[in-house]
Design a protein around this ligand. Structure first.
Ligand code: SAH
Length: 355
């Protein structure tokens, strides 16, 4: 694979343009074009310069291969990377804007028992520019521009563990939030982690005011180890301590994701234990009914059970919401689309789910 031009910061782009012996205003032109989601071959620069860039950089690091639209309006994207790997993303329409969910790795090595992203392990990290380009191409496809954005919010909740790809994720966040770029405010960005404690501390020290989300899914360590191998490395107590540090450093409350899995983590005792763990903390709990993955044995809690769980948390004074399952009819959960795409490529089953 060639280099990725979208990896560069604005300052690095200036340096590149001067290295190519071109006038400084060309950097501004290139940057503007890239932020509009253009390919290098579409940039309004002289032929010689385009050729020089194309010799060294990928023309189109992220290509929209397929789009699936759910009955609820959620759009699921399958992206092809320059080396032929595929990753997925989702665009969800809310009252306040459009939230795009992006992937940070091809596959994942965290091994969570309910998740489709990790089925074939980690293939490779995405570069900062590959993460950013997912947003640039969707923003363009949706008719957005650099200034009039169609994508207003970003969640790092697609395939991969962002903190397992720390350097590239950080570079992406800096380029995403920079003035003059696509400039999505860090306050409109959520980073979700399975709880890599040392990197949570490092992130807190970066001073980026994003929303930190931690995938908890269990109320004690033994239970958590059963569904999340990362729990063998870090305890819930250590995670909570890192969350407190995050709050201390950024003043931002943090969020817990809790997927309701039938017979696993959502009876009354679990609700009571979760409430006791989180009581008095500046946090919020996002409950979501598990999106059952066909390769996995785990099943979702039913709706009644989900509302009962929510009610019990609320009664204990815990701020919580039960999220709608969006795009469940189009393989909306992490890694489902890529898994079905790879399955089909191997001569497996039908790719699209039907309803
Ligand atoms: N690796 C990061 C971010 C990607 S997963 C993390 O673990 O947080 C984004 C969220 O979706 C996590 O909370 C994850 O646990 C959850 N998730 C994954 N597969 C799911 C499924 N099948 N149903 C419901 N939630 C799922």
């Amino acid at each position: 694979m060639k280099e990725i031009l979208q990896d560069l910061s604005r300052e690095e782009l200036d340096a590149l343009v001067s290295e190519l012996g071109e006038k400084p205003f060309r950097a501004a032109q290139i940057y503007e074009g890239l932020m509009q989601g253009r390919r290098i071959s579409e940039l309004p620069v002289p032929y010689g310069m385009r050729s020089a860039l194309l010799a060294r950089f990928e023309d189109e690091p992220v290509h929209i291969l397929e789009v699936f639209t759910s009955a609820d309006g959620t759009r699921k994207y399958l992206f092809r990377l320059a080396d032929g790997n595929v990753v997925e993303g989702v665009l969800m329409a809310y009252k306040y804007g459009n939230t795009q969910c992006v992937s940070t790795q091809v596959g994942c090595r965290m091994g969570c028992a309910f998740c489709a992203s990790t089925l074939n392990g980690l293939v490779r990290n995405l570069t900062a520019g590959e993460i950013l380009s997912q947003i640039l191409v969707v923003n363009r496809e949706q008719g957005g521009t650099r200034k009039q954005r169609a994508v207003t919010n970003v969640v790092l909740m697609g395939s991969g563990e962002p903190l397992d790809n720390y350097e590239n994720t950080l570079r992406f966040l800096r380029n995403l939030t920079r003035e003059g770029g696509i400039c999505i405010s860090a306050r409109n960005v959520s980073l979700s982690t399975c709880g890599l404690v040392p990197q949570m501390y490092a992130l807190a020290d970066e001073g980026i005011p994003l929303n930190l989300t931690v995938s908890l899914h269990a109320t004690d360590d033994a239970e958590r180890r059963r569904i999340m191998p990362v729990a063998k490395a870090y305890s819930i107590a250590e995670i909570l301590k890192a969350c407190s540090y995050y709050f201390e450093k950024t003043g931002r409350r943090y969020i817990f994701e809790y997927s309701l899995i039938a017979g696993e983590n959502c009876d009354e005792a679990h609700a009571a234990r979760l409430a006791a763990l989180l009581k008095g903390r500046p946090c919020h709990v996002n409950l979501i009914r598990l999106n059952a993955v066909k390769e996995r044995a785990l099943a979702s809690a039913d709706e009644r059970q989900a509302y009962r769980f929510l009610g019990m948390l609320e009664k204990s004074g815990i701020s919580a919401t039960l999220r709608r399952q969006m795009g469940a009819d189009i393989g909306g959960a992490c890694g489902q689309l890529r898994a079905s795409y790879l399955g089909a490529a191997d001569g497996g089953q039908e790719t699209k789910e039907e309803r």
